[in-house]
Design a protein around this ligand. Sequence first.
Ligand code: GDP
Length: 623
Amino acid sequence: MLDFVVIFTKGGVVLWHSSATESSFASCINSLIRGVILEDRNTEAKYFEEDHLAVQFKLDNELDLVYAAIFQKVIKLNYLDGFLADMQAAFKDKFGGIPSAERLGNEYDFDREYRRVLSAAEEASAKQVKAPKAMRSYNESQKSKKTVASMIQDDKKPVEKRVNIQESPPSSKSQPSSPPENGASMDDIIRENRRKLREKLTPTKKTSPGDPRPSKTTASEKAGKKPRVWDLGGNSKDAVNLDRSKDTPEDVQYQNINSELVGTMQGVIRDLDVESEDDAENEEESSDEEEEEELVQSKKNKRGGLLSYFKGIVGAKTMSLADLQPALEKMRDHLISKNVATEIAAKLCDSVATSLDGKQMGTFDSIASQVKEALTQSLVRILSPKRRIDIIRDALESKRNGRPYTIIFCGVNGVGKSTNLAKICFWLIENDFNVLIAACDTFRAGAVEQLRTHTRHLNALHPATKHDGRTMVQLYEKGYGKDAAGIAMEAIKFAHDTRVDVVLVDTAGRMQDNEPLMRSLSKLIKVNNPDLVLFVGEALVGNEAVDQLVKFNQSLADYSSNENPHIIDGIVLTKFDTIDDKVGAAISMTYITGQPIVFVGTGQTYADLKAINVNAVVNSLMK
Ligand code: GDP
């Protein structure tokens, strides 16, 4: 049963309503107007819930009207889509389209039509209800086909590293949607993608087609597992070997550190630099004849891009969903090919469809530009979350209040938590904060040593002598096997007592389905009440991103006994340098959490840390 049905303008003027109970639904409608309609968020879902109520709505973009039905969320009503559409048609029929300004506020007598449309929808739905499906027997189920061994989870076994570009081959789960071809390893693909990104980021001439490309994989590179290399200078001759098994004396380790990095990260984090259409145009102007042909060709391809799917739709006066459907499906596939999670790609297409449905259309150009505008708006909206995280400002505020600013890093294994924690530490030091790193990954062998090495390198780049005798980074560690929450707590207390500005807490990588580990992360966050919880995720993931984030957030909420559990506040998107233009994870991750991407990791030097550049990401997706 519907509790409340209402028709109102997007500006909030109610034209007509019908109420089945005495209750007030004002709060629900206000939330719909404020949170969904005015802020233009989530309109693609056409459904939201508040307390025990659910609201399903339909937008009429031509008339700027909203048709909404409110009902108890426990009830499942399968006829609402059709019912709201019929109601819209009946309302238009009766009042001749656009409600003029002088009519607003007058009574719209729509009761009779409403009852007619509602009973037609209810009758049609009753007829459609099919006999319930017979339950599958156990033998027919997938479960019966599993072996016992496949169902046992060995918690003692360290969780397999996911993608680690230098150490182990990636798991198939974490690969971008296209699998390696022609026997090329993921390393080859990543190297090739990195080369492409480097080319894009270099404003100088592109290599001509005949130029020999950097050799892919040498025989020595292929032979066996390589030690981890932390290239502090971005220049192979300056690379510092971080093979922890051969720890060298400090002075030897430091001699190759590229001090050119010092001073490069002062101030706010710089924007991610991804080729935009404008850049492409500038490049074309400055290119010489040899390159011209190549550039013209690539530009042609780009122009085709996503909008070319809408070419077939020409001349329809009023756009209907049926006209748009085939093109929308291609658009969805295009987004998925850019690594946007399937579910999110579908929602984006729905949002474009919703904003185009019923609009007046002309030539291909106007359709293409409307699609582009609708999609761009959705993407920009997703990537520009309402909350801005300003770490420098908040850390200064904490410092003034005499307490350390605390960030906890979490995520699955191998995504780059420790590495990017070290980059963020470098950025903080460059901005004159001193830092305590709390080594709370007490699980993975080598995790503490990895942080110790970073601490040494960071102190070498920023020695106390250059900071009025202050040691800029210290490590708080208690070895392995201990309670991580307890270590974090001691570290924060130590930082408080010794007036350290910022505490960065490294945690053990964990799979989102591992309940005991997720419980302990939730406890770590609850007892230490950090200022910020950052989820570290790699840009290589597609659908997996959604699963990770949904489950991390869900576990943090479920296993915290707090009324207001502290869930993920922001995202560190790593390995952006390895994905070429498959930038979809950025969209999926912000869509799921509604939280901002605070940092983007773009490589393996301390300076490879950027801020998200919304326009660049959107342009990349459109191509
Ligand atoms: P953790 O297990 O999550 O702490 O991951 P690590 O910090 O140990 O990083 C795993 C691997 O990813 C290391 O080889 C890092 O050098 C590499 N890595 C981390 N961030 C980036 C990045 O932004 N770009 C690239 N190319 N590699 C990265």
